[in-house]
Design a protein around this ligand. Structure first.
Ligand code: HDD
Length: 751
């Protein structure tokens, strides 16, 4: 992966760039208000696009960049230049505003309509542009052109939370959306997945129910972006097919460290078609190169207060810094038999998984996110995904959840984006030529040529012509329908197993991960008012694992019920655990605490070692500006918390600064003028990081401060070394495990 050594945080970019070896210092930005027009910036790649006048052919001159914004002079919407945009037209300076002020009315009217309905689910999101490169390995199962060897396809990926509103916090406990738009040469393919491989419901007809239960209560509209409330637990305890998904939500998967460190899943089984027409059933997986990592619950809660945009910022900063996140796309494949099962797992049931140990995930291509959107609303907000956006080689199955989705997504865009022409919005435009015979409608921006948008015709020379499979047409797979099938509102008997898969997931977790699941259930249920809901959930848990049930019951102060019958006999799937593997440290954030009296050589060595390892070093000091020797400060004691960092090292013993918060108070709070006078915010940084099982360390002379923060030298993951390079190497080695897992409570009693 190529990384430029730019600062992780765009706010610090200029400061950091100036000191990087071999990089010319950028010009000082012009911050004064310019008085003369300057050349506008050239459009960014995502601000240009195919001409809007004729999607059926070559652009006819309406350059997107010109349409969006150009010229140095303020104009009205029609391009007429304006002399004033700050004062309404009045009858005299102190007189009434005149109704004839068409400029005032145009400006205010447009503003009044700036908001569009937020997505009914997945309203809160962040996105990026990128590229997908096929490995060619999928050729044996799919003829999709974009999966071909070396084929590069532009993509747009949007990550999201499900329940919260557009302005809600990022690190809530929730499922994360992972939606990818591949602009392929054969048309757009959307893989609209999540970071959890199963879903709450088996049939789309229940989607309004599960979402109504998860959204805030209709009377007070609380809680926001949370599942810790009565209606959610009421529904999932009565509707036990939700148990598997809920268990994943209560695990660490519900609070990812970063979008960059999440797996993604297509969830449904798809039907792949090869060049010879042979079909294979398949499930899609995204595997992050940075590993699968999560926050601790306390971290997530702190971040929701101190940086509600944490995931959004993390993604944008990493891309801006050149630390481009990557995922491998993989497929699990299964023979396309009439039963559509694999090793007893019903492949049409989206609440079930096939363990990777049974069907390995075979890599078929690499996704790299390498550019931030230029405009949030135009792109991230207006992007419209649809599981029915398919290309030749990838077809759907009869999963009843997928069937409903194929209806719902287009429908929702019509409300959300104001009409049926949302595919003409730049971010939604296919990169393949479009000739669809669809005409008119709200927000039609294409000026279609021709007179015969119908078939057959002779007036437009018979165009457009049809394309069969031999001309890369999308031909539905002719799947047999069971003979004598009756029209029923029923599900197959296999859909009734709601316990064996959640049980496998729970048994696959390490003790520390199970502790987190227990804590999450206990927390969420403790937020419910109705005891009956808690008791019903405990009965569900008893059938998953009696130990889990007993511990949650103990936390709630309720008796633990017995399982309703014999427990499902399942083997664990180690691939489901996030703990125990070594991952790259690329893109991880190292906090280096120092003050002017600190060990400047150590600060420099730590920074350079971190940059060499493609990590992101951020210097934390009592105040902003620069340390001695020109080292820039990126964070101050006042503006940061430990949650920003994956590891923290001390390169100085910072005494209270003389900035507004805490200096004198801090000394007073210590009570002992001869005692340790470390700034209390540094002690909090360290003790918090320690509590969250992060690697902490320091150079020589900092042991006492670490000890005062509760980070004792003998404790796991506390590193002291007089040599800064050695210190870094030990910190980085520990960070490969993401956390110092031994530091969490032992998991006693969790089997
Ligand atoms: Fe959905 C959005 C993922 C079931 C109806 N869904 C949406 C998004 C993601 C998913 C990632 C956000 C896309 C974006 O970033 O714009 N949804 C899923 C997955 C599902 C699923 C993985 C099950 C496997 N969804 C599902 C069902 C229905 C919907 C069963 C309705 C019957 N989903 C929608 C929607 C949304 C949506 C209402 C809201 C905004 C949008 O579509 O564009 O149509």
């Amino acid at each position: 992966m190529a990384h430029s050594r730019r600062a992780h945080d765009s706010r610090d970019r200029t400061a950091q760039e100036t000191e990087l070896p071999g990089r010319p210092a950028p010009e000082a930005p012009h911050l004064e208000e310019p008085v003369e027009p300057r050349e506008p910036l050239p459009p960014k790649p995502d601000q240009t696009g195919p001409g809007t006048y004729s999607p059926t052919g070559e652009a006819t001159g309406a350059d997107q960049a010109v349409l969006a914004q150009s010229g140095a002079r303020l104009t009205n919407t029609q391009g007429a230049r304006l002399p004033d945009s700050d004062h309404s037209l009045k009858a005299g300076e102190r007189g009434p505003v005149l109704l004839q002020d068409h400029h005032l009315r145009e400006k205010i009217t447009h503003f009044d309509h700036e908001r569009i309905p937020e997505r009914v689910v997945h309203a809160r999101g962040a996105a990026a542009h990128g590229v997908f490169r096929g490995y060619g390995t999928a050729a044996t199962v799919s003829k999709a052109h974009f999966l071909g060897e070396g084929v590069e396809t532009p993509v747009f990926v949007r990550f999201s939370t499900v329940l919260g509103s557009r302005g809600s916090a990022d690190t809530v406990r929730d499922t994360r959306g992972f939606a990818t738009k591949f602009y392929t040469a054969e048309g757009t393919f959307d893989l609209v997945g999540n970071n959890i491989p199963v879903f709450f419901i088996q049939d789309a007809i229940k989607f309004p129910d599960v979402i109504h239960a998860g959204k805030p209560h209709p009377d007070r509209e609380i809680p926001q972006a949370q599942s810790a409330h009565d209606t959610f637990w009421d529904f999932v305890s009565l509707h036990t097919e939700a148990t598997h998904h809920t268990l994943w939500n209560m695990s660490d998967r519900g609070i990812p460290r970063s979008f960059r460190m999440m797996e993604g899943f297509g969830i449904h089984t798809f039907r792949l078609v090869d060049a010879g027409g042979r079909t294979t059933l398949a499930k899609f997986h995204w595997k992050p190169k940075l590993g699968v990592h999560s926050l601790t619950w306390e971290e997530a809660q702190i971040i929701n207060g101190v940086d509600p945009d944490f995931h959004r910022r993390d993604l944008a900063d990493a891309i801006e810094a050149g630390a481009f996140p990557e995922w491998e796309l993989g497929v699990q494949t299964f023979p396309d038999t009439p039963e559509q099962t694999f090793e007893g797992v019903d492949l049409l049931d989206p609440t079930k998984i096939v363990p990777e140990e049974w069907a390995p995930v075979q890599p078929v291509g690499l996704l790299t996110l390498n550019a931030n959107p230029s405009n949030y609303f135009a792109e991230t907000e207006q992007v419209a995904f649809h599981p029915g956006h398919l290309v030749p080689g990838i077809d759907v199955t009869d999963d009843p959840l997928l069937a409903g989705r194929l209806f719902s997504y287009i429908d929702t865009q019509i409300t959300r984006l104001g009409g049926p022409n949302f595919a003409q919005i730049p971010v939604n435009r296919p990169h393949a030529p479009v000739n669809d015979m669809l005409r008119d409608g709200m927000h039609q921006t294409a000026v279609h040529a021709g007179v015969a948008p119908y078939r057959p015709n002779s007036l437009d020379g018979g165009c457009p012509f049809l394309a069969g499979a031999d001309e890369r047409g999308f031909v539905e797979t002719p799947v047999a329908i069971p003979q004598g099938a009756r029209k029923v509102r029923e599900a197959p008997a296999s859909f009734d197993d709601h316990t064996s898969h959640p049980r496998r997931f729970y048994l696959s977790l390490t003790p520390v991960e199970r502790e987190h699941v227990i804590a999450a259930y206990t927390f969420e249920l403790s937020k419910c008012y109705e005891n009956a809901i808690k008791e019903r959930t405990l009965r569900v848990l008893a059938d998953i694992d009696p130990g889990l049930c007993a511990q949650v019951a103990a936390g709630l102060g309720l008796p633990a019920p017995e399982p309703s019958g014999p427990l499902a006999d399942v083997e664990p799937s180690p691939a489901l655990s996030q703990v125990g593997r070594a991952w790259p440290v690329t893109g991880r954030v190292l906090g280096i605490v120092a003050d002017g009296d600190g060990d400047i050589d150590a600060v420099r060595t730590l920074r350079e070692a971190a940059l060499d390892a493609d990590m992101v070093p951020l210097v934390i000091a009592p105040k902003g500006g620069r340390l001695a020797d020109g080292i820039d400060v990126q964070r101050t004691f006042a503006n940061t918390r430990s949650v920003e960092f994956d590891a923290i090292v001390l390169a100085g013993v910072p005494a209270p600064g003389d900035d507004a918060y805490g200096a004198r108070d801090a000394k007073a709070a210590h009570g002992d003028p001869d005692g340790l006078t470390t700034d209390p915010r540094v002690l909090r940084l360290l003790s918090e990081a320690y509590r969250h099982a992060k690697v902490v360390g320091g150079v020589k002379g900092t042991g006492e401060v670490l000890g005062a923060a509760g980070c004792h030298e003998q404790s796991p993951g506390v590193v002291l070394d007089s040599d800064a390079r050695n210190l870094f190497d030990q910190v980085a080695a520990l960070l490969r495990q993401h956390r110092v897992w031994d530091r969490f409570p032992s998991g006693d009693g969790v089997e």
